[in-house]
Design a protein around this ligand. Structure first.
Ligand code: G3P
Ligand code: MG
Length: 251
């Protein structure tokens, strides 16, 4: 089964940054803890200074690592991920801030290999790195890794920075893509999504309504809404025909 076939199922549950209510977000233990509790797992990817794709949500390292406690990095504020080499990130602990257990930085390579080994579907969200790296380079590094690990069938790529999605399609026609959106839908939404050649639309919950969901589904786009933590709201969205929801609370 590939990711698009997964959308034949209804009421899909996506683990937002892994099982982040139980384990430190975007770590291997958060992925492992999601197994059996969801239909797919969402992770955030960005590049280190030396172009290694790593699974970290924020632009900076302070919230989800011990970087602020490490003396040799004291002068490196605001501790941007893109200012650190992969080797430097390997010296940090990405778990103790959450549950006092050490957790190494998770690489895209490791996440994809794990997904392959356990047969898990992954939504790889590419963070907007357009201020730091050329778009072509950022996307190529990530697509190359998906190809290298032979996980094209397990992955759905998404991004708020929609230019990446068009580039993804050029580099691999096999990997499905999704446009993420906050605040307001783009003008002429359906035409716009056709132009991007995406398979799915991922709006934030706040801007999601029944009419838009119906129009998107009618036009053949899959719709996955983030972040939905309330049971009643989840129910309502599924009644409207939403394919999936991203949640922090897996049960
Ligand atoms: O992909 C859904 C969601 O993860 C998008 O927002 O900021 O949590 O990455 P964010
Ligand atoms: Mg995300």
């Amino acid at each position: 089964m590939n990711f698009l076939e997964l959308f034949k199922k209804s009421n899909l549950i996506a683990a937002h940054r892994g099982d982040r209510s139980q384990k430190p977000e975007n770590t291997l233990s958060a992925l492992a803890s999601s197994i059996g509790k969801c239909d797919f797992i969402e992770i955030d990817v960005q590049l280190t200074k030396d172009l290694v794709p790593v699974i970290i949500h924020d632009d900076t390292l302070s919230r989800t690592s011990d970087v602020s406690k490490i003396k040799r990095f004291a002068e490196r504020t605001p501790w941007r991920v893109s200012d650190f080499t992969f080797e430097e990130l390997q010296s940090l602990d990405f778990g103790s801030w959450f549950n006092l257990e050490y957790e190494p930085v998770l690489t895209l390579e490791k996440a994809l290999s794990f997904a392959k080994e356990k047969n898990l579907f992954l939504n790889v969200e590419i963070k907007d790195m357009s201020n730091t790296y050329k778009d072509q380079i950022a996307v190529k590094v990530i697509i190359d890794m998906i190809k290298k690990t032979q996980t094209e069938h397990l992955v759905l790529i998404s991004s708020f920075y929609h230019h990446y999605l068009s580039l993804c399609k050029k580099l691999s026609s096999k990997i499905p893509t999704a446009a993420l959106q906050i605040y307001k839908h783009p003008n002429n939404l359906i035409d716009y999504l056709h132009t991007l050649q995406v398979n799915a639309y991922h709006p934030e919950d706040k801007i999601t309504n029944q009419k838009t969901v119906a129009a998107l589904r009618e036009a053949g786009f899959f719709v996955n809404v983030f972040t939905v933590n309330k049971t009643e709201r989840k129910k309502k969205l599924f009644e409207w025909g939403v394919n999936g929801i991203f949640t922090d609370n897996l049960v």
